[in-house]
Write a protein that binds this ligand. Sequence first.
Ligand SMILES: Cc1cc2nc3c(=O)[nH]c(=O)nc-3n(C[C@H](O)[C@H](O)[C@H](O)COP(=O)(O)OP(=O)(O)OC[C@H]3O[C@@H](n4cnc5c(N)ncnc54)[C@H](O)[C@@H]3O)c2cc1C
Length: 362
Amino acid sequence: MDCDVLIVGGGVAGLSLAWRLAPQRAVVLVEAEPMLAYHSSSRSARQMQPSYGPAPIRGLTHRTIAMVKRISERLPAPILMPRPLLTLGTAEEVARLVADNESLTALTHAETMGRSPDLRGEMFEASALDVTAMEVDVPALLEFYRSQAVAAGAVVLTGSPVSGVESSGGRYRVSTGSHTITAGTVVDAAGAWADPVAAQFGARPRGLEPHRRSVAIVSTDKPVDPAGPMVEPADESFYYRPDGGHLLISPCESVPAEPGDAQVVDEDITGLIQRIGEVTTVGISGVVRAWTGLRTQPADGLPVVGFDAEVPGFFWLAGQGGYGIQTSAALATLAAGLITGGAADDDGWLVEALSPQRAGLA
Ligand SMILES: Cc1cc2nc3c(=O)[nH]c(=O)nc-3n(C[C@H](O)[C@H](O)[C@H](O)COP(=O)(O)OP(=O)(O)OC[C@H]3O[C@@H](n4cnc5c(N)ncnc54)[C@H](O)[C@@H]3O)c2cc1C
């Protein structure tokens, strides 16, 4: 099978790039697992929060939300819904956050309790609200990216791990067990496996380290307001938000892990249930289900996007950490522009910030 661009990885990164590239290039996407988005991309908290992350991430998130709003309008049911983010802390912490972040507005104590009446008022001094934050239907978004890519001619192969790589005459010849694919450009969108996949193509690692993080859906004694905000302390040590009549909670652990099928550590969830009991009056009565995924990023916390200057035709789209969903559409657009030579001139600073050649990567 011949193509212009071979994308390795069928998570949100690979699928969104296939969506942007397929109208312009012959694209094949290979995914090692028997199904798409088996790893991090189906294990997120499904949030898009413009106030979350460093400046380049915040910009990409604003752009992605605008793009996904337009996508949502074309679909039979909306895939974005407002889910304001309420950050709690000391007066000093909140003042610093608000000064630093254009999407945050300080609330009074009474306004905070009005937004989230289950909070124990004595447990926080101050708060700020991001009303631009959204919850997104991730399966629907992934299906949009996939179906648009396929409609534009992309070939998507599951159960196809890259097993062998040869290169000659400026083209790669990649085997995946049942298929052999030749391509001029290969994109590494392999999530937690991005560094090992890069090594298969002769590229040096960029220090992309997977860390595990868990989420649980829990039942509560008190009914949960479905329109309530996502609540998080300023130190980002946990979060919770309504989810289909239950509460979605995360202990926000960040524990180094090997690439693989991450599993829940029960103590992470039990410790958090106790903590939420101290902060709220909702009363958690049981765990409905829980899952763990990997957030993979380099030391400076920014994605690695762009051609590898040392390995011709090898392109990185990795290291999205905890922001891979909320930056997906904008990052895919940027990556597609770099691959086809059509990146916007205004994005020069962003291209530099995310470059695989930047200082500070391994
Ligand atoms: C608990 C949790 C909560 C999160 N919440 C949010 C959130 O609210 N908002 C947000 O924006 N982000 C969130 N994230 C982060 C987000 O999930 C990730 O940034 C994103 O899913 C990464 O996507 P990806 O496509 O790079 O990786 P993945 O989804 O892991 O996809 C990579 C794929 O590459 C495949 N692969 C690996 N090696 C090979 C090979 N050799 N050949 C072929 N295929 C291969 C893998 O099988 C995998 O399917 C969260 C993450 C976690 C764990």
